[in-house]
Design a protein around this ligand. Sequence first.
Ligand code: TD4
Ligand code: CA
Ligand code: ZN
Length: 312
Amino acid sequence: MTLLSGKVLFEVANEYNFAIGAFNFNNLEFLNAILEAAEEEEAPVFVQTTESAIRYAGIDFLSGMVHAVKDRYKVPFALHLDHGKHLETILLAIRHGYTSVMIDYSDKPYEENLKITKEVVSLCAPLGISVEAELGRLEGVEDNVVSRESVLVDPLQAKEFVDKTGVDALAPAIGTAHGAFKFKGEPKLDFERLKKVKELTNVALVLHGASGVYTEYLETINAYGGDIKGARGVPDEDIKKAVELGINKVNTDTDLRLAFIATLRKLMAEEKKVIDPRKLLKPAMEEVKKVVKRRIRLYGSQGKAELFRKYL
Ligand code: TD4
Ligand code: CA
Ligand code: ZN
């Protein structure tokens, strides 16, 4: 039994100054790839599902898979709800054995975000379930009309928010964005702001929209009938720097999607006689596993499973 509360993962990562990979899954192939990669790297890991993942597969299906296979693995991991936008989803996650949740009211007024987050913490804390919240908005940065300052996190507000809510982890908006198209020009993360947030809060911090959007997969996708030209991610050096400055959980979904789709597109084009889906899905799954391993090493969590021995 290695399924742990996210509280433990956040605490240990914060204490030892590294980041734990948080990877999204919607199906068996991604979940398997993530857990196998973590096991081989001896790394703690978050497996997480969004509300749209739950709409796609059903929460019983997603949480059921995790609980069914948890004893196969020695590494510590948490089952996390990513971007929970409704209290109902938080309750559903609690009922289905999630060990960590995110309440995301970051697109609502600050006071509303504060109020709901407090409520979620009071629900989850007695159950030993960790709570992540977000301040600032990710997508706003691409929105040139809105002033940059207003969408990135305000460090003083972050301190007040953490003190008043008692969250286990905070996702501060510092200039990243979700998806494969993160930056119009050069990638730019606000490291000064990140540093200030860490100094003031000393809480575990989470980086969203962190995918590297690796050229090799873009090229394969574009070469085999895809069209995602101009995609751009966060450079590996920026991730390293963010981890040095206090990021303790890094969310990655797009990199896994790109690896999976690139493999599928190539195989579908080349293997014209294959009608057994497993012949396509297995190599795609292996490619996702490779990316997860690469990201785990980038975050500095390789070999960190041993720090959790006393909790297992
Ligand atoms: O929180 N995430 C994952 C977002 C998943 C996408 O949501 P849907 O399931 O609703 O499509 C991230 O921060 C991942 O960032 P990335 O850089 O990988 O896009
Ligand atoms: Ca620390
Ligand atoms: Zn996110």
